[in-house]
Design a protein around this ligand. Sequence first.
Ligand code: ADP
Ligand code: MG
Length: 212
Amino acid sequence: MSQASFSSLSLRTELLSNLESLGYQSMTPIQAQSLPAIIAGKDVIAQGKTGSGKTAAFGLGLLQALDVKRFRIQTLVLCPTRELADQVATEIRKLARAIHNIKVLTLCGGMPFGPQIGSLEHGAHIVVGTPGRILDHIEKGTLVLDDITTFVLDEADRMLDMGFQPALDAIIEKMPTQRQTLLFSATFPDEIKSIADRIMDQPEFVKVESTH
Ligand code: ADP
Ligand code: MG
C-alpha cells in the first residue's frame, strides 16, 4: 500500500509530471487511502499524525477539481494558525506549479486588512486562511463564498481547541451546501464527529497510524 504510485490516480498529467519533478515518488499511506475518494468528489474525513502528508492529499484533490479558467474562489482551506496557513499555501503552490495562472491567496489574522482587500479585488481561485479573519472578510462583504466547490478543514481538532467553533459555524452558513467537504485532523474527538455529522455528506473515514 505504501508503495502506491500517484500515476495510479486519474490526476491531470501536469499534476503528475510536477509530482515527479518534486521527487514525490509514491503516495504516503494517508494519501493512498484518501485520494481515490477525494478525487471521486466524495466527502472525506482523514485522521493521521503530523508529517503523514495530509496537505498533498487535499491539495491534489482540490487542484484536480479546480476549473482554472473560471477566475472565482472555488476552494476555501481553513487552518488554525497563520503559520499553518502559510505552510499549506506554500505546499499548494508547489503542487500547482505546472498549472498556469493559478492564484492562491492567504487571509490570516494579525495581518493588515488593506492588502488583503486589494488581493480579494484582484481575485483568486483558492483561499487559505484562519477562521477569524475569513469571517471578518465575509462580514465586511469583501469575501463571498458563493462559488465554493471544495471546502477543507485542516487540523480541525486544533481549530476547535482554539475556540473557532462559532466562527466555523458562521463561515459554513455562508457556503453553498452543494460542495465537497474534506476534514483533516490528528485526533477525532466527539466535537469533530458532531461537526462532521452536521456539515458533511456521507463522509468516507480514513485513519492511518503510521507516517510511512
Ligand atoms: P501533515 O499535514 O500530515 O502533517 P504535510 O502535508 O505537511 O504533513 O507533509 C509533510 C512533508 O512531507 C512535507 O514536507 C511534504 O512536502 C512531504 N510529502 C508529502 N507527501 C509526500 C510524498 N508523497 N512523497 C514525498 N514527500 C511528501
Ligand atoms: Mg498538516
